[in-house]
Structures are given as structure tokens and as C-alpha cells.
Design a protein around this ligand. Sequence first.
Ligand SMILES: NC(=O)c1ccc[n+]([C@@H]2O[C@H](COP(=O)([O-])OP(=O)(O)OC[C@H]3O[C@@H](n4cnc5c(N)ncnc54)[C@H](O)[C@@H]3O)[C@@H](O)[C@H]2O)c1
Length: 249
Amino acid sequence: MTETNETPARSALVTGAGSGIGRATALAFAATGARVIASDIDPARLESLNDELGEGHVTVAGDITDPATIEKLGLAAGGRVDILANVAGIMDRFLPVGEMDDALWQKVFDVNVTAPMRLMRAVLPGMVDAGEGAIVNVASAAALHGGRAGAAYTASKHALIGLTRNTAVFYGPQGIRANVIAPGPVATGIEGGMASHLAAQRMGPLLKSMLPPPTTPDVLAEQIVWLASETATNINGAVLSSDGGWAAI
Ligand SMILES: NC(=O)c1ccc[n+]([C@@H]2O[C@H](COP(=O)([O-])OP(=O)(O)OC[C@H]3O[C@@H](n4cnc5c(N)ncnc54)[C@H](O)[C@@H]3O)[C@@H](O)[C@H]2O)c1
């Protein structure tokens, strides 16, 4: 057996990899030479991603809110994940709290908060053993403001920031960085319609007057890859807005 000094490829687990920001992120990590573990609820989307990724990567279809999917991802990762990008997320039809239904509230929190927490919990032991690891959680401009989405999405993305900062504090000394990226509008397949008269009346004009033009998923993907890279080494517990200046308004 020939010994080489080559370091093994880093493995990057990307959720929501079937579409939009997640898909672009999976491809961007693959372009850096990382071994990608791509997950999505939609098998057909993953199949198309797989064709583009080529060999050496893994796709795992399943609902990220199902603990069995998280088990499968751990196995696919061979027990070791260097980078976790929690990208999968869903919106909430812009429902204000007075029109909230419990099932939607729960679903949004399951996908946007509980699943990222469970994935972080699953990969942290390996990262702690390795003495390094990077987590990038995709929140939203709605994580920083009250006027960007409905009540469930807004609250869930605020919660994702708290979860990420807390993780940065607990695990930073063990070499793990956990950061948030907070995108403004991005041209993706996300279901972002308004199903509320109050939302259309109150939020509609606000958004119309301030909404920046959408950027592309590739722009977000490059920034997620950068946050996970050694170049971003001193950045931990940060919230990076990528919104064309929207957060400044
Ligand atoms: N598009 C935007 O304008 C925008 C703005 C701010 C934040 N974001 C955030 O960016 C992230 C990615 O969104 P996007 O715009 O690329 O959306 P998208 O809908 O294009 O892609 C999301 C992917 O996640 C998958 N997914 C959804 N629920 C899942 C589940 N339960 N289990 C596994 N996979 C699941 C979907 O199948 C889809 O392929 C989300 O967290 C979203 O909240 C998006």
C-alpha cells in the first residue's frame, strides 16, 4: 500500500439540496473538492443533482423532520461530517398570529428549527473528536426583522439565530464554528405566496416599497462555502446578512 500525504476530502452535509440555495451550495462544495452528502425530501430533485454532482458524492432522500432521515444521513456520512449546511426551510403563507393554525406553526418549526438542531446534535460529536467543524445555518432577513414574512417563519428564523449563537458559545472553544447567513430575496422555488388578507394589506405595501431585487442561489452558495472555509476562521456566532442592503433599511 502506497502512503500519501494527501488529506482526505472534507465532507459537507447539505440539506434542501434539491432546489434553490441548497442545490447551488451542494454544487459549490463539490467544486471545492469536498465530498457532499446531499439531502432533500424530493427524490427526483436529488436524482437530477446527482447527475450534476458526478461520482464521489452521496444523496439521501427523506423528510428532514423524520429522525430516521437523520440516522440515514449519519450513516451516509460514515459518522464524520466536517461541514453542516442547514439550508432546507419552508415559509408560512405570510399568516399573522391571529390566523395561525397549529399544524402550520408546528411544521414550520419542525423544518426550520428542530431539524437543524437535530442535525447539529448528530454531527457535533464527530466535530468535537476532530477538534474542528463548521456549521452554517440559513436563516432569513425575517430572522432580524418583523416585517418580512408571517409569524411562524419569522419566529422560527429568529430561533435559528439563537440556536446558532448558543452553539457557537458552547462549542467554539472545541474548534467548532457555527454561523448564520440571512438572505434577502433569492430567485428559487420556495413557496412564498400570501394567504392572508391582513398580510396583503399590511405587509404587501411595506414589501413593495423596500424589497430589493432577488439575487441568485449561486451568490448565497459561494458565501456559505466561504463561511465554512478556513478563510472565515475567526468568525463564530455571526449573522451575515446577504440581502443587497435590505437589513440596513
Ligand atoms: N428564496 C428566498 O428568497 C429566501 C430568502 C431568505 C431565506 N431563505 C431560506 O433559504 C433556505 C433555502 O430556501 P430556497 O429558497 O432555496 O427554497 P427551495 O424551496 O428552492 O429549496 C428548499 C429545498 O428544501 C427541501 N425541503 C423542504 N422541506 C423539507 C423537509 N422537510 N425535508 C427535506 N427537505 C425539505 C425542498 O424539497 C427544496 O428542495 C430556506 O431555509 C429559506 O428559508 C430563502
